[in-house]
Each structure stands twice: as structure tokens, then as C-alpha cells.
Ligand binder design. Structure first.
Ligand code: SAM
Length: 246
């Protein structure tokens, strides 16, 4: 069973936007603000580390609450903490999940408990991403559901969201897979994907305009139906990282 209702947002987004998580060439995913781990469970499933077709459990009540037709979902038992109860298999690629809070183990997921806004965080994540299969440590997909605790003061909340967006953009600049050159385009290795939660506010629109739009092929604003309508959060799905010319 999923550890958080946020998992349904990611499933919904993935299904609506071309199954970007399920592509066979996805080898490295970073999940920022990942605790308690619902999104990471979804990624683990999509990269083949968890068997999603468990015969003895389905989550259709929760799924129908969100209007989703999910069928069976991963996790043979309701026991959220018993990672040993997962039906695991050999998946592909590397998943790095980061949060201030601890994340109970998930197959295929390397959990790092730290502050992503710490200046050392990017290098620490990159060290984990660099494997013999992926020596450059390049990332195919960056997901961020990261949100500072709401203070109730709008200015402060907007600033926090902006800080988070800028830090993630800087991380993307150093690590997200750049599209192949036009000569190689027939291989269809597209540039990396960024899914970014943000606070809806004009200052964040400026961030989108100046940082995201010039550097990705397309940027879509998304408000998942499974996201509470009154909340000020939204997501940008940014696809086809072009790489920043510096
Ligand atoms: N996507 C998660 C899931 O499916 O379980 C839920 C994420 S929750 C909405 C947001 C998370 O962002 C919180 O767990 C919080 O601790 C984390 N967070 C906020 N600021 C952070 C920071 N500076 N560094 C790392 N994690 C942070």
C-alpha cells in the first residue's frame, strides 16, 4: 500500500503525461522531499523493483476516491514499516530520495536524510548517482514534492517556494540529462524531465518564465485532481532539458 496520498498524484500525472516514469531509458531518478515515500514507491514500481501485481491486495477504495482506475497497487500487506514484506525483484537504474525526515527502506531506493538546501547536498546526491552503469551521474528525472512548512504568512511561504525552486534548478543545471545533439536525435534520447511543486504566485510565474521556459522544450502547469483544490500548490512538468549555456 502506498505510504502517502501523494502517490496518487504522481500516478495520475504519469498516466496523463505519456508515462514519463515508465520509459525504458529511465535509469536515474531523484525524488526530493520524498518522505514518507509514496512517490518513491511509485518510482520503485515503475523501474521494476517492486512487483505491482500482488494478488492479495488492492487499493480500489482509495483509488476511486480520486477517480482513478488503478487496479492493483504495490505492497502485499498494510504494514507500512515492514520493508521486508515487499515482493521485490531486480529493477533497473538508481533512485535517490532525499528528505529532512527519515524514509523507511524501499527496494531500489537510496534514501538520504538531509536538507536539500544545504550547499553540500548536490554533491552528496551526485556521489550516489555515479555508478559503473552511470559514471557521469546524470539524472533522467528529477521529482520534487518538496515544500517548506506553511508559515501562514504568504510572503514567507512564497519566498520559501522560490528558494526551493532555485535550488532545484541549480541541481538540474549540473545533473539533468541534456538532449542529444541533432545528429543523434534519431536515437530519441530526449533531454531530462523535471516535475516541480510550487506555490502559485506571480513571483513563481517569473521563475517559470526566466528559468524553466528557456531551458526545457515544454513546460506545463498541472493541478492534479487528487490535489486539494483550495491549496495554493501546483506542479510544473518540464520536459526536454536543453542544458543551460553558461
Ligand atoms: N512526495 C512525498 C510522498 O509521496 O510521500 C510527500 C512529500 S511532503 C508533501 C513534502 C516533504 O518535503 C516533507 O517530507 C518535508 O520534510 C520535505 N522537505 C521540506 N523542505 C525540505 C528540505 N529543505 N530538504 C529536504 N526535504 C525537505
Amino acid at each position: 500500500v502506498y505510504r502517502s496520498r501523494s502517490a496518487f498524484k504522481l500516478l495520475e500525472l504519469n498516466a496523463a503525461w505519456g508515462s514519463f516514469l515508465s520509459r525504458k531509458d529511465v535509469r536515474a531518478v531523484v525524488d526530493l522531499g520524498a518522505a514518507p515515500g509514496g512517490w518513491s514507491q511509485v518510482v520503485s514500481e515503475k523501474l521494476g523493483w517492486i512487483d505491482s501485481a500482488t494478488p492479495d491486495w488492492d487499493d480500489s477504495d482509495v483509488a476511486s476516491e480520486y477517480g482513478l482506475q488503478l487496479g492493483r497497487v504495490p505492497g502485499p500487506e498494510r504494514n507500512l514499516d515492514a520493508s521486508s514484506s515487499w515482493r521485490t525483484k531486480q529493477g533497473r537504474g538508481v533512485i535517490v530520495s532525499v528528505d529532512l525526515l527519515p524514509i523507511t527502506p524501499i527496494p531500489g531506493v537510496h534514501a538520504m536524510q538531509m536538507d536539500f538546501l544545504d550547499p553540500q547536498a548536490g554533491a552528496a546526491i551526485k556521489a550516489v548517482l555515479s555508478t559503473p552503469e552511470n559514471p557521469s551521474g546524470v539524472v533522467d528525472i528529477i521529482l520534487s514534492d518538496m515544500a517548506a512548512n506553511f508559515s501562514g504568512y504568504k510572503t514567507r511561504d512564497v519566498e520559501s517556494s522560490l528558494d526551493i525552486c532555485h535550488s532545484i534548478f541549480n541541481f538540474a543545471k549540473d545533473n539533468l540529462r541534456v538532449q542529444d545533439s541533432p545528429q543523434e536525435a534519431t536515437k530519441r534520447r530526449r533531454g531530462g524531465t523535471l516535475l516541480l511543486k510550487h506555490f502559485t504566485h506571480p513571483l513563481l510565474q517569473e521563475f517559470r518564465k526566466h528559468f524553466l521556459e528557456p531551458n526545457f522544450h515544454n513546460v506545463h502547469y498541472i493541478k492534479p485532481t487528487s490535489s486539494r483544490t483550495e491549496s495554493a500548490e501546483g506542479y510544473w512538468l518540464c520536459r526536454g532539458w536543453k542544458g543551460v549555456k553558461s
